[in-house]
Design a protein around this ligand. Structure first.
Ligand SMILES: Cc1cc2nc3c(=O)[nH]c(=O)nc-3n(C[C@H](O)[C@H](O)[C@H](O)COP(=O)(O)OP(=O)(O)OC[C@H]3O[C@@H](n4cnc5c(N)ncnc54)[C@H](O)[C@@H]3O)c2cc1C
Length: 452
């Protein structure tokens, strides 16, 4: 008989927490999970899933336009925000139910309330203490919004999914992938949209050439890009509109201001300080290679450790930890070659090194690049273009990075990520027969590197 109520107590039923809890419970481990807000966490409720549903919705505007070139007459168009929002809410409720069933059916004890650390083996939820041999912190992240006058008028990604009404005009602030995605969503759904970013170009960390290309494509889709600029203050006017004063001295009127200016670890009132759990300056919980904190019975995974803030990474960390604790597996997660997509319009898909990263690492590289108008748009009339790029190490012929901007880029790059993970060389890409007619076949037919 264990001296504890549970073997493993998980705080946070998001991507990482649910995966770890279910997997451990399936192995016969006695698991409890507590969640204080929404089952399935950020990804399911206010992240990846509803965002992708909105991206689909926002793309119809272009599809209707494209259809005319193929002989279709599309009647009068209108967009009804409450329908989209409420149907999305229904779908998320369905997913919440699935998560509940998954947890309960796997044998986990599901608690609903905020978990707080009491000591190294005790968690309090709703005024009751539960003991556990090990505690896993999987509390995720929270939007960061800077202190500026008029901050109360700002919404974050937590609120944008539930707006009462759809704004006629919207401003998105930030340069990360969430900002670029939401600029596309607002514009696609019909809002007059601006994106304000304090740097000279958004999507820092991605290939520079790709970032410039995306800026050009996003601007074509009527997003007004204001780089090297920021909001100084926001004032609500008598008619309910918002007047923004910008750092370049100009003013801008809008109806909605979404800040997507980063996320911070969600560690408020978790009881870390009292227990002496070590944190980074930004609050991220410090863990070793086995996801163990400096308090040996306390572990942490996912966004709260601030390594790579992506759902599949939180899942991988949760699975690695459970294997390590209960099957004596190796806890290491391979963070190399993580593919990612940005669901801006057109999409970005990328894996591996950018041209700049490869050069910074001192690699002697060939760059293959292809830019074209996708076949569909020869008839749709759209001026959207596609970019594909490949970074190859000259000495080994190894493909170090593959980057794409274009329809379904995420779908295409996921497959190529497997090839890169397997160490594919350019010769292997060249020996692969293409699928015709696709855009993806370009990746196996790029023959001439760029001249320096
Ligand atoms: C708008 C947006 C779009 C995104 N799009 C993508 C995407 O396209 N692809 C992708 O891979 N990733 C995306 N992400 C990131 C992804 O959502 C996160 O990386 C992922 O959810 C992290 O999982 P997690 O388990 O660490 O935390 P979370 O999923 O955030 O789960 C943490 C859970 O813990 C709960 N919690 C916190 N504190 C407590 C407490 N004290 N007691 C009880 N419960 C608590 C929270 O309520 C939450 O449910 C997006 C994020 C956002 C915000």
């Amino acid at each position: 008989m264990s001296a504890y109520d549970f073997d493993l107590f998980v705080i946070g039923a998001g991507s990482g927490g649910v995966r770890a809890a279910r997997m451990a419970a399936a192995m016969g481990v006695k698991v409890a999970v507590t969640e204080d807000r929404y089952l399935g966490g950020t990804c399911v409720n206010v992240g990846c899933v509803p965002k992708k549903l909105f991206v689909y919705a926002s793309h119809y505007k272009e599809e209707f336009n494209d259809a005319a070139g193929f002989g279709w007459t599309v009647g009068e168009r209108s967009f009804d925000w409450p329908t989209l929002r409420d149907r999305k809410n229904d779908e998320i409720s369905r997913l919440n139910g699935i998560y509940r069933n998954l947890l309960v059916n796997s044998g986990c004890k599901l608690l609903e309330g905020r978990g707080t650390l009491v000591d190294e083996h005790t968690v309090a939820v709703n005024g009751k203490n539960y003991t556990a041999e090990r505690i896993l912190l999987a509390t995720g992240g929270w939007p960061f919004v800077p202190e500026i006058p008029g901050k109360e008028h700002i919404i974050s990604s937590n609120e944008v999914f539930f707006l009462e009404s759809f704004p006629k005009r919207a401003v998105v602030v930030g340069g990360g992938y969430i900002a670029v995605e939401f600029a596309g969503i607002f514009a696609g759904l019909g809002a007059e949209t601006s994106l304000i970013y304090r740097g000279d170009l958004f999507l820092r960390g991605f290939d520079r050439d790709l970032r410039e290309f995306v800026a050009q494509e996003v601007a074509k889709k009527h997003v007004d890009l204001k780089f090297n600029n920021n909001i100084e203050s926001i004032e609500k006017q008598a008619d309910g509109s918002l007047l923004l004063t910008l750092t370049d001295g100009s003013t801008h009127e809008t109806d909605c201001v979404l800040y997507a200016t980063g996320r911070v670890p969600n560690v408020n009132d978790l009881g870390l300080e009292a227990l002496g759990v070590e944190q980074q300056k930004n609050g991220a919980i410090i863990v070793n290679d086995s996801f163990q904190t400096n308090v040996p019975s306390v572990y942490a995974i996912g966004d709260v450790i601030d390594r790579v803030q992506l759902t599949p990474v939180a899942l991988a960390e949760g699975m690695a930890l459970v294997r390590h604790l209960y099957q004596e597996g190796n806890p290491a997660v391979d963070y190399d070659l993580i593919p990612t997509a940005v669901f801006c319009q057109p999409n970005i898909g990328t894996v591996g090194l950018s041209e700049e990263q490869a050069r910074e690492q001192g690699k002697d590289i060939d760059v293959y690049r292809s830019e074209f108008r996708a076949m569909k748009h020869t008839m749709s009339g759209s001026d959207e273009r596609t970019l594909m790029k490949m970074i190859v190490e000259k000495s080994s012929d190894k493909v170090l990075g593959v980057h794409m901007v274009g329809p379904d880029a995420g779908e295409i790059i996921q497959g190529l990520a497997v090839a890169l993970k397997a160490g594919a060389t350019k010769a292997v890409f060249d020996a692969t027969i293409g699928i015709h007619p696709t855009a993806a076949e370009e990746f196996v037919t790029m023959r001439e590197p760029l001249k320096k």
